[in-house]
Design a protein around this ligand. Sequence first.
Ligand SMILES: Nc1ncnc2c1ncn2[C@@H]1O[C@H](COP(=O)(O)OP(=O)(O)OP(=O)(O)O)[C@@H](O)[C@H]1O
Ligand SMILES: [Mg+2]
Length: 224
Amino acid sequence: MLQLHNVFKTYKTEAIQVPVLQRLSLLIEQGEFVAIMGPSGSGKSTLMSIIGLLDTITSGTYFLNGKDVSVSSDKELAKYRNKHIGFVFQQFHLLPRLSALANTELPLIYAREKKKIRKEKAHRALEIVGLRDRMNHYPNQLSGGQKQRVAIARAIINNPDVILADEPTGSLDSKTGEQVMSIFSEFNREGKTIILVTHEPEIAQYAQRTILLRDGIVVEDRRR
Ligand SMILES: Nc1ncnc2c1ncn2[C@@H]1O[C@H](COP(=O)(O)OP(=O)(O)OP(=O)(O)O)[C@@H](O)[C@H]1O
Ligand SMILES: [Mg+2]
């Protein structure tokens, strides 16, 4: 379960302060499938970075599985993130010089996992996303949908409880986007929490709950 309470996030540069999230409170239970929507600049990616422990809040509290993460050290956060959270982005973020298999293995390399276990888990993750037959391909030898599936394999390799996807279908045609979404739906059926940012209502349909952000506050929170 993750719980944000009265969260403010302000980006401070030398010249100005940019308030992005303003007294945002949000509770997401384990196993939910949530879509976050809202206009460009409303704070969706900022919220995802905070939820995923890539960025910290300016004030307020953030409890993750009962633990106040606003007081955790960077090292603790990195460790937690690697084990429990998987990220998927619009632009895939694959390393061009690594094969699909090596890209998938990356989180395990950071975690200093043994080679044999890395290979086994990466094979398994690529199988789940239907890409066993492409594991030796490099990113420039893969279609957009295949690249995103490699990114998903990488995100799930540690069997995280939460998957955060920021416009994962934003660079895909609608048919390929549907394939990617059905992979997320399957993970959700297995009990994983999925939090997804999207601009597309058809993509948001896959979620059971839609949260609408505007100027850094929740203006709508609907369950189906
Ligand atoms: N590192 C930063 N420093 C200063 N301002 C930032 C920074 N990151 C984001 N912002 C500002 O915070 C606001 C929210 O940005 P964010 O990326 O969260 O929006 P978004 O809802 O994801 O938009 P989009 O739909 O275009 O992806 C924007 O006005 C942006 O300019
Ligand atoms: Mg964004």
